[in-house]
Design a protein around this ligand. Structure first.
Ligand code: NAD
Length: 482
Protein backbone atom coordinates (compact mmCIF):
# COMPACT_ATOMS: atom_id res chain seq x y z
CA UNK A 1 0.00 0.00 0.00
CA UNK A 2 1.61 3.33 -1.04
CA UNK A 3 2.15 5.87 1.72
CA UNK A 4 -0.74 8.33 2.17
CA UNK A 5 0.63 11.80 1.58
CA UNK A 6 -0.48 14.98 3.37
CA UNK A 7 -0.73 17.80 0.80
CA UNK A 8 -0.16 21.45 1.67
CA UNK A 9 -1.67 24.85 0.86
CA UNK A 10 0.12 27.39 -1.33
CA UNK A 11 0.30 30.76 0.46
CA UNK A 12 2.61 33.59 -0.54
CA UNK A 13 4.72 31.27 -2.69
CA UNK A 14 5.27 28.75 0.13
CA UNK A 15 3.76 25.32 0.60
CA UNK A 16 2.36 25.46 4.11
CA UNK A 17 0.75 22.89 6.38
CA UNK A 18 -2.71 24.00 7.63
CA UNK A 19 -2.50 26.19 10.71
CA UNK A 20 -4.98 23.86 12.47
CA UNK A 21 -2.58 20.94 11.88
CA UNK A 22 -5.66 19.00 10.71
CA UNK A 23 -6.21 17.16 7.41
CA UNK A 24 -9.21 15.77 5.55
CA UNK A 25 -9.26 12.31 3.98
CA UNK A 26 -9.46 12.20 0.21
CA UNK A 27 -11.42 9.14 -0.88
CA UNK A 28 -11.04 7.32 -4.19
CA UNK A 29 -14.69 6.95 -5.28
CA UNK A 30 -13.95 3.83 -7.33
CA UNK A 31 -12.79 1.95 -4.23
CA UNK A 32 -14.14 3.88 -1.25
CA UNK A 33 -10.56 3.96 0.16
CA UNK A 34 -8.54 6.90 1.51
CA UNK A 35 -5.67 7.65 -0.89
CA UNK A 36 -4.41 11.11 0.21
CA UNK A 37 -5.01 13.83 2.79
CA UNK A 38 -5.66 17.50 2.13
CA UNK A 39 -5.42 20.48 4.51
CA UNK A 40 -8.40 21.34 6.69
CA UNK A 41 -7.80 25.05 6.13
CA UNK A 42 -9.48 27.67 8.28
CA UNK A 43 -9.77 31.44 8.76
CA UNK A 44 -6.10 31.81 9.79
CA UNK A 45 -4.93 30.21 6.52
CA UNK A 46 -7.39 32.36 4.56
CA UNK A 47 -6.23 35.56 6.32
CA UNK A 48 -2.63 34.71 5.43
CA UNK A 49 -3.54 33.93 1.81
CA UNK A 50 -5.56 37.13 1.34
CA UNK A 51 -2.72 39.18 2.87
CA UNK A 52 -0.22 37.54 0.48
CA UNK A 53 -2.51 38.15 -2.49
CA UNK A 54 -3.00 41.82 -1.53
CA UNK A 55 0.75 42.33 -1.12
CA UNK A 56 1.49 40.80 -4.53
CA UNK A 57 -1.27 42.51 -6.52
CA UNK A 58 0.17 46.00 -7.24
CA UNK A 59 3.41 44.62 -8.72
CA UNK A 60 1.52 42.01 -10.74
CA UNK A 61 -0.85 44.66 -12.15
CA UNK A 62 2.05 47.01 -12.91
CA UNK A 63 3.82 44.40 -15.03
CA UNK A 64 3.34 44.97 -18.78
CA UNK A 65 0.68 42.70 -20.30
CA UNK A 66 3.13 40.70 -22.45
CA UNK A 67 5.32 39.98 -19.42
CA UNK A 68 2.31 38.72 -17.47
CA UNK A 69 1.29 36.67 -20.49
CA UNK A 70 4.77 35.12 -20.59
CA UNK A 71 4.46 33.90 -16.99
CA UNK A 72 0.96 32.61 -17.70
CA UNK A 73 2.26 30.56 -20.63
CA UNK A 74 4.90 29.11 -18.33
CA UNK A 75 2.11 28.06 -16.00
CA UNK A 76 0.52 26.35 -19.02
CA UNK A 77 3.80 24.50 -19.59
CA UNK A 78 3.28 22.75 -16.24
CA UNK A 79 0.47 20.85 -17.96
CA UNK A 80 2.58 20.02 -21.00
CA UNK A 81 5.07 18.32 -18.66
CA UNK A 82 2.84 17.01 -15.86
CA UNK A 83 -0.62 16.88 -17.50
CA UNK A 84 -0.87 13.09 -17.45
CA UNK A 85 0.17 12.91 -13.78
CA UNK A 86 -2.32 15.63 -12.77
CA UNK A 87 -5.13 14.05 -14.83
CA UNK A 88 -4.50 10.68 -13.15
CA UNK A 89 -4.71 12.30 -9.72
CA UNK A 90 -7.98 14.01 -10.62
CA UNK A 91 -9.44 10.70 -11.82
CA UNK A 92 -8.38 9.00 -8.59
CA UNK A 93 -10.02 11.86 -6.70
CA UNK A 94 -13.31 12.45 -8.55
CA UNK A 95 -13.81 9.32 -10.68
CA UNK A 96 -14.17 11.07 -14.02
CA UNK A 97 -12.84 8.92 -16.88
CA UNK A 98 -9.12 9.40 -17.39
CA UNK A 99 -9.70 10.00 -21.11
CA UNK A 100 -11.89 13.02 -20.26
CA UNK A 101 -9.60 14.27 -17.50
CA UNK A 102 -6.64 14.44 -19.85
CA UNK A 103 -8.54 17.33 -21.45
CA UNK A 104 -10.29 18.60 -18.31
CA UNK A 105 -7.29 18.44 -15.98
CA UNK A 106 -4.27 17.62 -18.12
CA UNK A 107 -2.91 18.88 -21.40
CA UNK A 108 -6.15 20.78 -22.13
CA UNK A 109 -5.20 23.17 -19.32
CA UNK A 110 -2.05 24.20 -21.23
CA UNK A 111 -4.38 25.47 -23.97
CA UNK A 112 -6.50 27.34 -21.41
CA UNK A 113 -3.48 29.16 -19.96
CA UNK A 114 -2.12 29.93 -23.45
CA UNK A 115 -5.46 31.22 -24.65
CA UNK A 116 -6.10 33.36 -21.58
CA UNK A 117 -2.56 34.73 -21.67
CA UNK A 118 -3.58 36.28 -25.00
CA UNK A 119 -6.31 38.22 -23.17
CA UNK A 120 -3.89 40.30 -21.09
CA UNK A 121 -3.96 42.90 -23.88
CA UNK A 122 -7.73 42.72 -24.35
CA UNK A 123 -8.02 43.29 -20.61
CA UNK A 124 -6.52 46.78 -20.96
CA UNK A 125 -8.63 48.02 -23.88
CA UNK A 126 -11.40 50.43 -22.87
CA UNK A 127 -13.85 52.61 -24.83
CA UNK A 128 -13.60 56.20 -25.99
CA UNK A 129 -16.14 58.90 -26.90
CA UNK A 130 -15.73 62.31 -28.51
CA UNK A 131 -17.98 64.72 -26.58
CA UNK A 132 -19.19 68.29 -27.15
CA UNK A 133 -16.63 71.14 -27.20
CA UNK A 134 -13.89 68.63 -28.03
CA UNK A 135 -14.12 67.06 -24.65
CA UNK A 136 -12.73 63.56 -24.76
CA UNK A 137 -14.19 60.68 -22.81
CA UNK A 138 -12.58 57.31 -22.30
CA UNK A 139 -12.57 54.34 -19.98
CA UNK A 140 -9.71 52.66 -18.18
CA UNK A 141 -10.01 48.95 -17.58
CA UNK A 142 -8.60 48.22 -14.14
CA UNK A 143 -8.15 45.06 -12.09
CA UNK A 144 -10.54 44.46 -9.23
CA UNK A 145 -7.66 43.55 -6.89
CA UNK A 146 -7.94 40.15 -5.24
CA UNK A 147 -10.34 37.52 -6.61
CA UNK A 148 -11.76 34.68 -4.51
CA UNK A 149 -12.27 31.55 -6.63
CA UNK A 150 -14.59 28.89 -5.17
CA UNK A 151 -14.36 25.64 -7.08
CA UNK A 152 -16.58 22.47 -7.21
CA UNK A 153 -15.42 18.85 -7.30
CA UNK A 154 -16.64 17.81 -10.72
CA UNK A 155 -13.82 19.67 -12.53
CA UNK A 156 -11.47 21.07 -9.85
CA UNK A 157 -8.38 21.61 -11.99
CA UNK A 158 -10.30 23.04 -14.96
CA UNK A 159 -12.24 25.47 -12.75
CA UNK A 160 -9.09 26.48 -10.87
CA UNK A 161 -7.27 27.17 -14.13
CA UNK A 162 -10.23 28.91 -15.78
CA UNK A 163 -10.78 31.32 -12.89
CA UNK A 164 -7.12 31.87 -11.92
CA UNK A 165 -6.03 32.51 -15.52
CA UNK A 166 -8.76 35.13 -16.07
CA UNK A 167 -7.91 36.76 -12.74
CA UNK A 168 -4.24 37.02 -13.67
CA UNK A 169 -4.92 38.24 -17.21
CA UNK A 170 -6.96 41.06 -15.70
CA UNK A 171 -4.09 42.11 -13.40
CA UNK A 172 -5.64 40.61 -10.27
CA UNK A 173 -4.19 38.13 -7.85
CA UNK A 174 -6.25 35.21 -6.61
CA UNK A 175 -7.05 32.96 -3.66
CA UNK A 176 -8.50 29.60 -4.78
CA UNK A 177 -10.59 27.40 -2.47
CA UNK A 178 -10.72 23.97 -4.11
CA UNK A 179 -13.41 21.42 -3.15
CA UNK A 180 -12.71 19.38 -0.02
CA UNK A 181 -13.80 16.13 -1.77
CA UNK A 182 -11.30 16.42 -4.64
CA UNK A 183 -8.44 18.84 -4.05
CA UNK A 184 -5.40 16.63 -4.58
CA UNK A 185 -4.76 17.37 -8.26
CA UNK A 186 -5.14 21.10 -7.56
CA UNK A 187 -2.68 20.85 -4.66
CA UNK A 188 -0.20 18.97 -6.87
CA UNK A 189 -0.57 21.85 -9.35
CA UNK A 190 0.16 24.18 -6.40
CA UNK A 191 3.46 22.36 -5.74
CA UNK A 192 4.54 22.87 -9.34
CA UNK A 193 3.20 26.41 -9.45
CA UNK A 194 5.33 27.52 -6.50
CA UNK A 195 8.37 27.41 -8.78
CA UNK A 196 6.86 29.42 -11.65
CA UNK A 197 4.61 32.20 -10.43
CA UNK A 198 5.69 35.21 -8.27
CA UNK A 199 4.85 34.64 -4.58
CA UNK A 200 1.30 35.59 -3.63
CA UNK A 201 -0.05 35.89 -7.19
CA UNK A 202 -1.86 32.53 -6.92
CA UNK A 203 -2.72 31.18 -3.48
CA UNK A 204 -4.54 27.91 -2.90
CA UNK A 205 -6.18 27.04 0.43
CA UNK A 206 -8.11 23.81 0.83
CA UNK A 207 -10.72 23.17 3.48
CA UNK A 208 -14.42 22.66 4.04
CA UNK A 209 -16.92 25.25 2.83
CA UNK A 210 -17.93 26.74 6.20
CA UNK A 211 -14.35 26.65 7.59
CA UNK A 212 -12.32 27.96 4.64
CA UNK A 213 -14.81 29.05 1.96
CA UNK A 214 -16.92 31.31 4.15
CA UNK A 215 -13.99 33.27 5.71
CA UNK A 216 -12.72 33.80 2.17
CA UNK A 217 -15.92 35.13 0.60
CA UNK A 218 -16.73 37.31 3.61
CA UNK A 219 -13.18 38.72 3.81
CA UNK A 220 -13.01 42.52 3.39
CA UNK A 221 -9.77 42.07 1.44
CA UNK A 222 -11.60 40.27 -1.39
CA UNK A 223 -12.76 42.48 -4.26
CA UNK A 224 -14.67 39.96 -6.37
CA UNK A 225 -15.89 36.39 -6.01
CA UNK A 226 -16.14 33.82 -8.77
CA UNK A 227 -17.99 30.79 -7.51
CA UNK A 228 -18.99 27.60 -9.29
CA UNK A 229 -21.07 25.13 -7.36
CA UNK A 230 -24.61 24.43 -6.23
CA UNK A 231 -27.36 27.02 -6.02
CA UNK A 232 -27.77 26.39 -2.27
CA UNK A 233 -24.12 27.29 -1.65
CA UNK A 234 -24.35 30.22 -4.07
CA UNK A 235 -27.11 31.75 -1.92
CA UNK A 236 -25.03 31.26 1.24
CA UNK A 237 -22.07 32.95 -0.39
CA UNK A 238 -24.16 35.86 -1.61
CA UNK A 239 -25.37 36.40 1.97
CA UNK A 240 -21.82 36.12 3.39
CA UNK A 241 -20.55 38.65 0.81
CA UNK A 242 -23.38 41.14 1.43
CA UNK A 243 -21.85 43.06 4.38
CA UNK A 244 -18.93 44.11 2.14
CA UNK A 245 -21.13 44.36 -0.96
CA UNK A 246 -18.55 42.21 -2.74
CA UNK A 247 -19.53 41.61 -6.34
CA UNK A 248 -19.72 38.06 -7.60
CA UNK A 249 -20.06 35.74 -10.56
CA UNK A 250 -22.17 32.66 -9.81
CA UNK A 251 -22.11 29.58 -12.06
CA UNK A 252 -24.58 27.29 -10.33
CA UNK A 253 -26.67 24.20 -10.80
CA UNK A 254 -29.04 23.19 -13.56
CA UNK A 255 -31.95 20.99 -14.58
CA UNK A 256 -31.55 21.43 -18.28
CA UNK A 257 -34.18 20.37 -20.83
CA UNK A 258 -33.03 18.52 -23.94
CA UNK A 259 -35.96 18.70 -26.34
CA UNK A 260 -36.57 16.40 -29.30
CA UNK A 261 -39.07 17.54 -31.94
CA UNK A 262 -40.82 15.20 -34.39
CA UNK A 263 -38.75 16.48 -37.34
CA UNK A 264 -35.37 15.74 -35.69
CA UNK A 265 -32.70 13.41 -37.00
CA UNK A 266 -33.57 10.71 -34.48
CA UNK A 267 -30.24 8.89 -34.54
CA UNK A 268 -28.36 12.09 -33.80
CA UNK A 269 -30.94 13.09 -31.19
CA UNK A 270 -30.79 9.71 -29.41
CA UNK A 271 -27.04 10.06 -29.04
CA UNK A 272 -27.34 13.75 -28.16
CA UNK A 273 -29.81 13.24 -25.30
CA UNK A 274 -28.11 10.13 -23.83
CA UNK A 275 -24.33 9.74 -24.05
CA UNK A 276 -23.99 13.31 -25.30
CA UNK A 277 -25.79 14.91 -22.37
CA UNK A 278 -26.19 12.81 -19.24
CA UNK A 279 -24.81 9.25 -19.40
CA UNK A 280 -21.27 10.51 -19.73
CA UNK A 281 -17.78 9.86 -18.39
CA UNK A 282 -18.52 11.92 -15.31
CA UNK A 283 -21.64 9.85 -14.57
CA UNK A 284 -24.00 12.77 -15.13
CA UNK A 285 -22.13 14.96 -12.61
CA UNK A 286 -22.08 17.81 -15.07
CA UNK A 287 -23.72 21.19 -14.46
CA UNK A 288 -25.19 21.26 -17.98
CA UNK A 289 -26.46 17.64 -17.84
CA UNK A 290 -29.56 17.39 -20.03
CA UNK A 291 -31.44 15.64 -17.24
CA UNK A 292 -34.95 16.36 -18.57
CA UNK A 293 -35.53 14.78 -21.98
CA UNK A 294 -38.66 16.37 -23.48
CA UNK A 295 -39.96 14.35 -26.45
CA UNK A 296 -42.78 15.01 -28.89
CA UNK A 297 -45.21 12.21 -28.14
CA UNK A 298 -45.55 10.81 -31.69
CA UNK A 299 -41.82 9.94 -31.90
CA UNK A 300 -41.31 8.83 -28.30
CA UNK A 301 -41.25 5.09 -28.95
CA UNK A 302 -38.88 5.44 -31.92
CA UNK A 303 -36.52 7.61 -29.91
CA UNK A 304 -36.65 5.34 -26.87
CA UNK A 305 -35.70 2.32 -28.97
CA UNK A 306 -32.63 4.16 -30.21
CA UNK A 307 -31.69 5.43 -26.73
CA UNK A 308 -31.94 1.87 -25.36
CA UNK A 309 -29.67 0.55 -28.11
CA UNK A 310 -27.07 3.20 -27.22
CA UNK A 311 -27.25 2.90 -23.44
CA UNK A 312 -27.15 -0.91 -23.44
CA UNK A 313 -23.56 -0.57 -24.63
CA UNK A 314 -22.52 1.75 -21.77
CA UNK A 315 -19.88 0.10 -19.60
CA UNK A 316 -19.80 1.43 -16.04
CA UNK A 317 -16.45 0.76 -14.38
CA UNK A 318 -12.89 1.65 -13.51
CA UNK A 319 -12.34 5.22 -14.75
CA UNK A 320 -8.73 4.31 -15.63
CA UNK A 321 -9.88 1.55 -18.00
CA UNK A 322 -10.23 2.81 -21.58
CA UNK A 323 -13.21 0.43 -22.08
CA UNK A 324 -15.27 2.21 -19.39
CA UNK A 325 -17.86 4.74 -20.56
CA UNK A 326 -18.86 5.99 -17.11
CA UNK A 327 -17.04 6.19 -13.76
CA UNK A 328 -18.40 6.33 -10.19
CA UNK A 329 -20.25 9.03 -8.26
CA UNK A 330 -17.78 11.29 -6.43
CA UNK A 331 -18.53 10.53 -2.77
CA UNK A 332 -20.64 8.54 -0.34
CA UNK A 333 -22.73 11.65 0.39
CA UNK A 334 -23.43 12.29 -3.29
CA UNK A 335 -24.09 8.57 -3.86
CA UNK A 336 -26.75 8.67 -1.15
CA UNK A 337 -28.31 11.76 -2.71
CA UNK A 338 -28.44 10.23 -6.20
CA UNK A 339 -29.79 6.88 -5.02
CA UNK A 340 -32.39 8.70 -2.91
CA UNK A 341 -33.70 10.30 -6.09
CA UNK A 342 -33.67 6.90 -7.83
CA UNK A 343 -35.89 5.50 -5.07
CA UNK A 344 -38.18 8.54 -5.32
CA UNK A 345 -38.38 7.99 -9.08
CA UNK A 346 -39.28 4.31 -8.62
CA UNK A 347 -42.07 5.41 -6.30
CA UNK A 348 -43.43 8.33 -8.33
CA UNK A 349 -42.70 7.57 -12.00
CA UNK A 350 -42.21 4.74 -14.51
CA UNK A 351 -38.70 3.23 -14.49
CA UNK A 352 -37.74 2.77 -18.17
CA UNK A 353 -34.27 1.29 -17.61
CA UNK A 354 -31.48 1.16 -15.03
CA UNK A 355 -32.24 1.89 -11.38
CA UNK A 356 -29.53 -0.36 -9.88
CA UNK A 357 -26.62 0.92 -7.80
CA UNK A 358 -23.74 -0.26 -5.58
CA UNK A 359 -21.52 -3.34 -5.96
CA UNK A 360 -24.06 -5.09 -8.18
CA UNK A 361 -23.24 -2.61 -10.96
CA UNK A 362 -19.45 -3.20 -10.87
CA UNK A 363 -18.85 -6.42 -8.86
CA UNK A 364 -15.15 -6.37 -9.72
CA UNK A 365 -14.69 -3.10 -7.75
CA UNK A 366 -16.68 -3.47 -4.53
CA UNK A 367 -16.98 -0.38 -2.33
CA UNK A 368 -17.10 2.04 -5.27
CA UNK A 369 -19.97 4.49 -5.63
CA UNK A 370 -21.50 2.93 -8.76
CA UNK A 371 -24.82 3.92 -10.33
CA UNK A 372 -26.05 2.61 -13.67
CA UNK A 373 -27.61 4.86 -16.34
CA UNK A 374 -31.21 5.32 -15.26
CA UNK A 375 -34.19 6.68 -17.17
CA UNK A 376 -37.63 7.46 -15.79
CA UNK A 377 -40.76 8.54 -17.67
CA UNK A 378 -43.55 10.75 -16.37
CA UNK A 379 -46.12 13.33 -17.43
CA UNK A 380 -45.79 15.15 -14.10
CA UNK A 381 -43.09 17.83 -14.28
CA UNK A 382 -43.68 18.75 -10.63
CA UNK A 383 -42.02 15.55 -9.31
CA UNK A 384 -38.75 16.00 -7.42
CA UNK A 385 -36.90 14.00 -10.13
CA UNK A 386 -38.07 16.66 -12.65
CA UNK A 387 -37.40 19.72 -10.49
CA UNK A 388 -34.23 19.08 -8.49
CA UNK A 389 -30.68 18.73 -9.68
CA UNK A 390 -29.75 15.07 -9.11
CA UNK A 391 -26.17 15.34 -10.37
CA UNK A 392 -25.88 11.70 -11.38
CA UNK A 393 -26.64 9.47 -14.40
CA UNK A 394 -30.38 9.82 -13.92
CA UNK A 395 -32.69 11.38 -16.51
CA UNK A 396 -36.41 11.73 -16.86
CA UNK A 397 -38.36 11.64 -20.12
CA UNK A 398 -41.40 13.88 -20.38
CA UNK A 399 -43.74 13.72 -23.40
CA UNK A 400 -45.38 16.77 -24.99
CA UNK A 401 -47.68 17.40 -27.96
CA UNK A 402 -47.18 21.02 -29.03
CA UNK A 403 -44.39 23.60 -29.07
CA UNK A 404 -46.33 25.70 -26.55
CA UNK A 405 -46.37 22.76 -24.14
CA UNK A 406 -42.70 21.95 -24.65
CA UNK A 407 -41.62 25.52 -23.96
CA UNK A 408 -43.85 25.73 -20.90
CA UNK A 409 -42.42 22.48 -19.45
CA UNK A 410 -38.86 23.50 -20.33
CA UNK A 411 -39.27 26.77 -18.41
CA UNK A 412 -41.25 25.33 -15.50
CA UNK A 413 -38.22 24.87 -13.24
CA UNK A 414 -36.14 27.12 -10.96
CA UNK A 415 -32.96 26.61 -12.96
CA UNK A 416 -31.92 28.02 -16.35
CA UNK A 417 -28.39 26.94 -17.19
CA UNK A 418 -28.43 25.08 -20.52
CA UNK A 419 -30.86 23.53 -22.98
CA UNK A 420 -30.80 21.41 -26.10
CA UNK A 421 -33.08 21.24 -29.11
CA UNK A 422 -33.18 18.60 -31.83
CA UNK A 423 -34.98 19.69 -35.01
CA UNK A 424 -34.46 20.26 -38.73
CA UNK A 425 -36.92 23.16 -38.76
CA UNK A 426 -35.13 26.51 -38.58
CA UNK A 427 -38.13 28.62 -37.72
CA UNK A 428 -39.11 26.31 -34.84
CA UNK A 429 -35.48 26.47 -33.67
CA UNK A 430 -35.58 30.27 -33.61
CA UNK A 431 -38.74 30.28 -31.53
CA UNK A 432 -37.25 27.92 -28.92
CA UNK A 433 -34.01 29.96 -28.82
CA UNK A 434 -36.09 33.09 -28.10
CA UNK A 435 -38.41 31.59 -25.52
CA UNK A 436 -36.29 29.16 -23.51
CA UNK A 437 -35.12 30.76 -20.26
CA UNK A 438 -31.56 29.48 -20.10
CA UNK A 439 -28.08 30.87 -20.57
CA UNK A 440 -27.30 28.51 -23.47
CA UNK A 441 -29.43 26.90 -26.19
CA UNK A 442 -27.67 24.25 -28.26
CA UNK A 443 -29.44 23.13 -31.44
CA UNK A 444 -28.59 19.66 -32.85
CA UNK A 445 -25.63 19.46 -30.49
CA UNK A 446 -25.12 19.44 -26.70
CA UNK A 447 -22.55 20.17 -23.96
CA UNK A 448 -20.98 23.10 -25.73
CA UNK A 449 -19.73 25.62 -23.16
CA UNK A 450 -17.22 27.53 -25.30
CA UNK A 451 -14.45 30.00 -24.57
CA UNK A 452 -15.58 31.93 -27.67
CA UNK A 453 -19.03 32.67 -26.19
CA UNK A 454 -20.37 33.68 -22.78
CA UNK A 455 -21.46 30.80 -20.58
CA UNK A 456 -23.75 31.46 -17.62
CA UNK A 457 -27.13 30.98 -16.08
CA UNK A 458 -30.65 32.37 -15.88
CA UNK A 459 -32.81 32.13 -12.76
CA UNK A 460 -31.22 30.11 -9.94
CA UNK A 461 -28.41 28.88 -12.19
CA UNK A 462 -26.56 32.09 -11.36
CA UNK A 463 -25.39 35.23 -13.10
CA UNK A 464 -22.29 36.70 -14.66
CA UNK A 465 -19.75 34.95 -16.86
CA UNK A 466 -16.22 33.79 -16.32
CA UNK A 467 -14.79 36.05 -19.04
CA UNK A 468 -12.15 38.75 -19.12
CA UNK A 469 -14.62 41.64 -19.02
CA UNK A 470 -15.90 40.47 -15.64
CA UNK A 471 -12.40 40.19 -14.19
CA UNK A 472 -11.71 43.89 -14.81
CA UNK A 473 -13.79 46.97 -14.03
CA UNK A 474 -14.21 50.12 -16.08
CA UNK A 475 -13.54 53.63 -14.81
CA UNK A 476 -14.82 56.59 -16.88
CA UNK A 477 -12.67 59.70 -17.41
CA UNK A 478 -13.47 62.96 -19.23
CA UNK A 479 -10.85 65.53 -20.28
CA UNK A 480 -11.95 69.08 -21.07
CA UNK A 481 -9.26 70.66 -23.34
CA UNK A 482 -9.30 74.21 -21.91
P1 NAD B 1 -21.07 22.90 -3.57
O1 NAD B 1 -21.93 24.07 -3.74
O2 NAD B 1 -21.36 21.92 -2.51
O3 NAD B 1 -19.55 23.35 -3.32
C1 NAD B 1 -18.87 24.20 -4.22
C2 NAD B 1 -17.73 24.87 -3.50
O4 NAD B 1 -18.28 25.78 -2.54
C3 NAD B 1 -16.82 23.92 -2.73
O5 NAD B 1 -15.48 24.36 -2.85
C4 NAD B 1 -17.30 24.11 -1.31
O6 NAD B 1 -16.34 23.81 -0.33
C5 NAD B 1 -17.63 25.58 -1.30
N1 NAD B 1 -18.52 26.00 -0.20
C6 NAD B 1 -19.47 25.27 0.42
N2 NAD B 1 -20.08 26.00 1.37
C7 NAD B 1 -19.51 27.24 1.33
C8 NAD B 1 -19.72 28.44 2.05
N3 NAD B 1 -20.64 28.52 3.02
N4 NAD B 1 -18.97 29.51 1.74
C9 NAD B 1 -18.04 29.45 0.77
N5 NAD B 1 -17.78 28.32 0.05
C10 NAD B 1 -18.52 27.23 0.33
O7 NAD B 1 -21.03 22.22 -5.00
P2 NAD B 1 -20.36 20.85 -5.40
O8 NAD B 1 -21.21 19.78 -4.82
O9 NAD B 1 -18.90 20.88 -5.12
O10 NAD B 1 -20.51 20.87 -6.99
C11 NAD B 1 -21.66 20.46 -7.62
C12 NAD B 1 -22.50 21.65 -7.99
O11 NAD B 1 -21.76 22.55 -8.81
C13 NAD B 1 -23.70 21.29 -8.81
O12 NAD B 1 -24.83 22.00 -8.37
C14 NAD B 1 -23.34 21.74 -10.22
O13 NAD B 1 -24.41 21.99 -11.06
C15 NAD B 1 -22.52 22.93 -9.93
N6 NAD B 1 -21.65 23.26 -11.08
C16 NAD B 1 -21.99 24.34 -11.85
C17 NAD B 1 -21.24 24.66 -12.97
C18 NAD B 1 -21.59 25.85 -13.83
O14 NAD B 1 -20.75 26.28 -14.60
N7 NAD B 1 -22.78 26.39 -13.73
C19 NAD B 1 -20.13 23.89 -13.29
C20 NAD B 1 -19.80 22.81 -12.49
C21 NAD B 1 -20.58 22.51 -11.37
Amino acid sequence: MPEIKNYRNLIGGELRAPSSGKYLDSINPATGQVWARVPAGNKDDIDAAVAAARAAQPAWAAMPGPARAHIMRQIGQIFMKHGEEIARMETTDNGRLLGENVQRAGIGMAYVWDNTAGLTLEASIGRSAVLENNMMGFTRREPYGVIAAIVPWNAPVAMTCGKASLALAGGNTVVVKPPEQASVAVLRFAELLAEVVPPGVINIVCGEGPDAGEPLVSHPGINKISMTGSSVTGKRIQAAAAPNLTSAIFELGGKSPNIVLEDADLDAAAEGVSTGAIFTGNAGQVCVAGSRILVQRNIMDDLLQRIRAITEKIVVGDPFDARSCMGPIVSQKQFERVTGFIEAGKRDAELVFGGRYGDVVVPSMPGGYWVEPTLFRTEDNSLSICQEEIFGPVAVMIPFDTDDQAIAIANDVNFGLASGLWTRNLSRAHRYIREIQAGSVWVNTYRQPRLELPFGGYKQSGYGHDDIYEYTREKSAIINPI
